[in-house]
Design a protein around this ligand. Sequence first.
Ligand code: PLP
Length: 253
Amino acid sequence: MDVDLPARLAAVRDRVRRACADAGRRPDAVRVLLATKTQPLDAVRAVLEADAAARAVEPSAERPAPVLLGENRVQELVAKAPGLVALEPAWHVIGPLQSNKVNAALRWARCVETVASLDLAHRLADRTADRPGGPLDVMVQVNVSGEETKSGISPAAAPALAREVAALEGLRLTGFMTVGARSADARVVAAGYDRLAAVRDEVLASGAPGTASALELSMGMSGDLELAIAHGATIVRVGTAVFGSRLPTSPSA
Ligand SMILES: *Cc1c(COP(=O)(O)O)cnc(C)c1O
């Protein structure tokens, strides 16, 4: 086991706390999602256990919510999730979800953050309408930077998609997700985060059926979580800051 995992998780928790204070936001306004791609099961288990141990010694008024887990690839989700059921993590899908992987993803995912088409939303809704856990949480992924390599719907088209998704039975729209611009200029990245917040605010203001729950902004990663929190993030997705560098993906994954 990597002995530094608990310390790195604690450092991320500190960064989040400080960023919330600097932004005048409550410390519980932001949740930490751990991006587990390429990380072995043992590392993910160790970090969940470290999180539980660290939370247990916090006074209850200051205790942060448990970390969320995020997987990009359904194959990796399916490989890891069964070994962690005892720890009851909430898994989010944070990578593109192919339609032939929907069933496998739904076995484990609490939330699919990467809904960028009505077609995928329908496929999810069709399979969740009568599942025992109730509706599936979903977020609309928005490509705020317009970079061609990025997934997500355009900011202009996002509010209409979000309203349609929110109206589907079996789904609960909880918010919006983006991967920030690939730019060294913090103003460019921040403008993208403001764009995502504006989409969220427009959808909330619409008052359309099912949109009142669309409060979350999943944005910011290891390198820029402070910036994202300053611009309204409610979930920051952290990989390397906790796990260290990514391992090469195994060819079978
Ligand atoms: C890997 C990944 C992250 C975490 O990135 P780090 O820079 O390692 O913190 C966040 N979001 C998504 C969608 C990812 O794929």
